[in-house]
Design a binder for this molecule. Sequence first.
Ligand code: GLN
Length: 302
Amino acid sequence: MQQILQEIYEEIRPLLGEGEVASYIPQLAHISPQKFGMAVITIDGDCYSIGDAQEPFSIQSISKLFTLTMAMQNDDGSLWKRTGREPSGNAFNSLVQLEYENGIPRNPFINAGALVVTDLILTQLGNAKQAVLDFICALTDNLNISFNLAVAQSEASVGFRNKALAYFLKSFGNIYNNVESVLDAYFHHCSIEMSCLDLAKASLYLANKGLCPTTQQTIVTTRQTKYLNSLLLTCGTYDAVGDFAYRVGLPAKSGVGGGILAVMPNKFGICVWSPGLSPEGNSKAGTMALDLFTTKTGISIF
Ligand code: GLN
């Protein structure tokens, strides 16, 4: 496995620097596009990594996986009435579909869907902002994981689309709480910083039928694990999801910080980070690295 990561790193090097870093969030504009890290952690605890795998980065939309997991844990039966389960075929921050579809976001991994999910856990748990961070710290057994307040503030200062989405959702009655509180929690969740090693570890419940190997706690049921992995496969990488599934063959969630977290059920979690993004908002080198990984190892869900 280590040898394969080394080969991938060498093959990927010429691609580093390609794509655009997410400069629409001013604080993320400064990140070097040359960064590259990758980590694999098995459910038995074996760990392999390469490059900048220990360096924390902005998880951005990868946080949507953890908020959805918490919403499933606390679902009062309204989750799937308030959001759909279909790929959107549109940009992650698009407004157009919401108007046609009466304020019901296509899925929980686009921004509109994540805002609804954040609202749901805000109702269920009160302090949604802190609850998601605590959940992530417990999954990784790492209390040093935290928000990057400058990133959260930076996004809040220019996040007009997300604000538009949240108020639009409110106009359809699909945000119950104060809109600004929902946005505040959402921006903070996106600003959480984790390394590839942290994220690979945090994903292990999805590779282990819902049981976290670190804490031995049941995070979700086997059935809910199937649901989450299926949603990752069909909706986790936005409107590049078809191409991503074709090339990589693993359930995955991307974020505009350049991270991609993927899961091989019953085996391992894998995370790659490189900040240069495709137009759809997925890490270019990261997608290539995962494509090479499943090709070289012959391991994918198919
Ligand atoms: N915070 C980002 C946004 O809302 C997250 C988007 C992403 O990572 N795709 O625009």
